[in-house]
Design a protein around this ligand. Sequence first.
Ligand SMILES: [Ca+2]
Length: 432
Amino acid sequence: MPTHMTRTALASTIAVGLSALSLAACSAGAPSTAGATSAGTSSTSSPAASTVATTSATSSPITSPITSPTTGTTRTPSATSSGPATPTAAPATSTPGRATGTATVVRTLATGIDVPWGLARLPDGTVLVSARDSFRVYRLDVAAARLARVGTVPGVVSNVAQQGEAGLLGIAVSPTFTRDHLVYAYYSTAGDNRIAAIPWDPSAPAGRQLGTPRVLVRGIPHNVHHNGGRIAFGPDGYLYATTGEAQQPALAQDKGSLGGKILRMTTAGRPAPGNPFGTLVWSYGHRNVQGIAWDAAGRLWASEFGDHSEDELNLIRPGRNYGWPQTEGRTSRAGITGPVAQWGPPEDSPSGIAIAQGSVWMAALRGQRLWRIPLDGSATTGTPQDFLVGRYGRLRSVLAVGSDTLLVTTSNRDGRQSPATGDDRILLVRVI
Ligand SMILES: [Ca+2]
């Protein structure tokens, strides 16, 4: 798949570079043929707009409980412990423990969404869902399994026809939402990726409740692939965003570029106090990060798509270099922080992550499974398990909505394979 194309192949697809700190958008992301070389290229379905199950919970099959295997398979994806050169990131030697977790799909909460991508909880417990290729935002009532249209984000450009990864990506809810009614979105235009604050007026008619985006950050490097896109407010109240290197690997090491980074900012889009370089950059040397989550102690964890050999789970610390493109997976190179766990792309290719029950839960696209990676402080422990292998297809995003409850979204309409009836869906998963 394109995410794991060789650098040689990528070289032919490199589009115009974007100066990270430039405010000017330029035309990156020229159509590329690289995507056509990927596997699993079968039909791209027609637009899902007409099939979206919106306001009626009873009119779709979403009320049928679905039971899935409750025991995972214990794998040995080289779970951590050896090698990172940086002492503070080097996990303690893990004890190969018995894998004891379970993951049970309780029900399907919603169907027919055109690639659900961002998930964010509102103060009342409902969840905002952004749809990558329809540019729509929905509100999901988890208890009632009811999905309602909020609005459509204007100015978004998808590239699903190229099997690309752009569109309406991450979404976040203002920490002061009850006062300001703002939501935040990470989305692609024809030439860049942007982060914007969008006012939401719930009193407006359904589907027309979003106002005009106020762009906080523009000029995030953009291409057909490697657009990053996850945003979330951290426990410190600042907005974090994950970017990709836009198929230009050198950008990941360029601290003056917004590509291949984890960013941390104020709600005005300015560098947050304490950022290590005085810029938006929080960590660098990333290839394409689409998953972030904080544990109970406030540590930031991130998933990362590798190239050929190793997808990664990283513990993120400010100012650290995570190695791309010099390294992929574990490394002993000085100055580079290696992952705490790694996997081969065929069984992973991770997008979203969440933390619940003391474990990271990682959605795998190509791997078509949900990984459970038990944590012990700043290290992993025991043996990761995988669940739902191949059962629902590609999995994109995970959100913890309770101590033992996750939302998990499928990603079968993203142009990489044939969707099944009802795709894409949001699953309610109970975990231990
Ligand atoms: Ca790395």
